[in-house]
Design a protein around this ligand. Sequence first.
Ligand code: BES
Ligand code: MN
Ligand code: ZN
Length: 486
Amino acid sequence: MNIGINTFVLKDADTAIIPVFNETNDLKVESIQKLYKHFKENKKFKGRAGGILTTINISESISQDIIFVELGSREELTSESIRFSLSSAIKKAIEIKGSKVYVGSIIDEKLMLEDIIKSVVEGIGLGAYKFDKYKTENKDNINLEVSLENDENSSLIKEYISEALLLVQTTNLARDLVNEPSNVIYPETLSQAAAQAGKKYGFQVEVFDEAEINGFGMKSFLSVAKGSENPPKLIVMRYFGDEANKEDILGYVGKGLTYDSGGYSLKPTTSMDTMKSDMGGAAAVIGSISAIAERNLKVNVIGVIATCENLISGRAYKPGDIIGSMSGKSIEVLNTDAEGRLTLADAVHYIIEKEKASKVVDIATLTGAALVALGITTTAVITNNDEFYKKLETASLITGEKIWKLPSFDDYKKLIKSDIADLKNTAGRNAGTITAGLFIGEFVQNKPWLHLDIAGTSWAEKDNSYYSKGGTGVGVRTLYYLAKNN
Ligand code: BES
Ligand code: MN
Ligand code: ZN
């Protein structure tokens, strides 16, 4: 997929996307206004955001295919509704094989121009995404040239467009990584993908192998990795954009299970078939640091991914095992399918001790319970610092990636204490998302910390708004803005 945003006029386009509100619209081009009036008078519009009306090659006076896209009422307009509407419009444009697409402007007093432009670009770029590289037939080779109608073609607008396009590109990179199967993306190739992103976007990448990981004492991480023939890797990504404040380091830790079979606490087949996506957190970290580095943000960010596969074999760890960890704490493993927290415990400890992160964010497809609690649209968050949470909230309001904070009362912390070791890795079904998050919290010392459980939001079971079935790349944009507003 390739999308470029250039400037060309309507008459050079083959397709025009015309956004319209429920209320009366004054469209500048007379022939399009006539068409609009015709549809309006004949009550052809649905009256809600995302509605589409298409006309193909209708008359001599209009040589473009016209796609009217409804924005709903002016009252209801939000950045998120713009993303949604424009994504349906671009999907239609691709369906009718448009390649030079002119997009009419959205004029609104309530939203800032910056938000409108960025949402239009994100809606188009995220909506056009398709993972069909393994199809040998019926592939859409999407190659779009898009022009946004602008009354003023200021350099500021160009900035908005390029920032949004970058976030599209890095989010779609994360989606690709999630969508790739586990026979293609495994620890070694995930490390290569991170290194490639580092080269392309300008950050340093160091990859530690099993012996080095062992040297760090990451016994908890290595216990999970033991069952696989594919050796684990510890990926470290470093970006220093604020040399003057070297001790201010934002640490991003992503769960990087390139496959999670559950181990000896084996998953049923129907839960296992999407478990190539258990590295959605890692993909979000790679994507966000790519965007941060490309924009040269004035911030220091370190990303860490402890990546491995959770499989069964004669070497695999077993329920009942007691294992150590880099921090020195001992852990009773009651369920080998609660593996993510074991890899993350060592990864957050590592990022604080070795990389000197002063704040930590971990992002992980951690619990099915997050789906039960919040469904597929909202990411669950656990934190030890409300001020830090507020910053995440600000970022999430910009991106439309919804978050919700769950409580972390001391009662919950008691549930993960073991009778025979310091901690246990499961506390049963109750409050599963909270106890999983708080387990990781046991390893963050007292650094400001946010835990994002994206088990529900990182994978779409079917097309939904600007997401198509598969990886959503959730977190890339929010972690970018979190760093930007740090
Ligand atoms: N990777 C899964 C969580 C998951 C489930 C992600 C569904 C996406 C969709 C995680 O490693 C896991 O297996 N968690 C267990 C924890 C339980 C054993 C305490 C779960 O949620 O069942
Ligand atoms: Mn698991
Ligand atoms: Zn998992």
